[in-house]
Ligand binder design. Structure first.
Ligand code: GRF
Length: 234
């Protein structure tokens, strides 16, 4: 492995299943990043318990404790400095960060969104996908810019949408793909194989590199029947 592992802080608001996927990936000493802290804006986020049980220091920086968003983000910056964070992963962090904060961490903060961006930004992306009638849905990891769910895309995973899908089983299929995609995307950023330049994500790895920037069960199975894809689990 080249250079020291990147120090990563994960920001959550709830369940924390993506945080958990990152913690598990970073359990491999050859993974190029380590999770050095988890910060939640909600004291009752279930993910905090998992992180603590994994021996990772946690903090709660909640809206109610600060007069405004700028001072909440200043507290966030202070905690990140204490953790000596190199990179931030947003994982279900349900709060808009201030422009000052976003600019400070430009190119060093990434987010996962459960849609194939730029489609279906914001809330209820699975309902949006079903309403639009798309046959392919998925998730994206992107660099964070001030405009929500709009930064340069690092990697994507595609899953099929079946005629029988409702929001629940579609979101479960996408979530399984998220748990594969986020550790992969963090690896690419931590290794410097994908970096942000202006409004673009620059990919410097060889086309033939072992790590893909697209995960697709359709490609993996050579287009096997959709029933099998529906049952796809990582
Ligand atoms: C995920 O679907 C993520 O893509 C979105 O919020 C959800 C968080 O789930 N941003 P979890 O807390 O990681 O389980």
């Amino acid at each position: 492995m080249r250079g020291p592992r990147k120090r990563v802080v994960v920001l959550i608001s709830g369940r924390g299943s993506n945080m958990r996927a990152l913690i598990e990936a970073a359990g491999d000493p050859n993974y190029p990043a380590e999770i050095v802290g988890v910060i939640s804006n909600r004291a009752n986020a279930a993910g905090l318990d998992f992180a603590a049980a994994a021996g990772i220091p946690t903090r709660v920086i909640a809206k109610a404790d600060y007069p405004d968003a700028a001072s909440q983000d200043a507290a966030l910056n202070k905690a990140l400095a204490e953790f000596r964070a190199d990179l931030i992963c947003l994982a279900g962090y349900m709060r808009l960060l201030t422009q000052t904060f976003v600019e400070r961490w430009s190119g060093r903060m990434i987010n996962i969104h459960p849609s194939l961006l730029p489609l279906f930004k914001g809330l209820h992306p699975h309902a949006q996908a079903l309403a639009a009638g798309v046959r392919v849905h998925g998730c994206s990891v992107h660099f964070v810019t001030f405009e929500m769910d709009s930064g340069p895309i690092i990697a994507q995973a595609a899953v099929p949408v079946l005629g029988t899908d409702d929001e629940n089983n579609l979101s479960a299929r996408v979530l399984a793909a998220e748990h594969r995609l986020y550790p992969l995307a963090l690896q690419l950023v931590a290794e410097g194989q994908v970096r942000m330049e202006g409004e673009t994500a620059i990919v410097s790895m060889a086309e033939t590199a072992k790590q893909p920037i697209l995960i697709s069960p359709v490609l993996e199975t050579g287009g096997a029947d959709l029933e099998a894809l529906a049952r796809f689990t990582p």
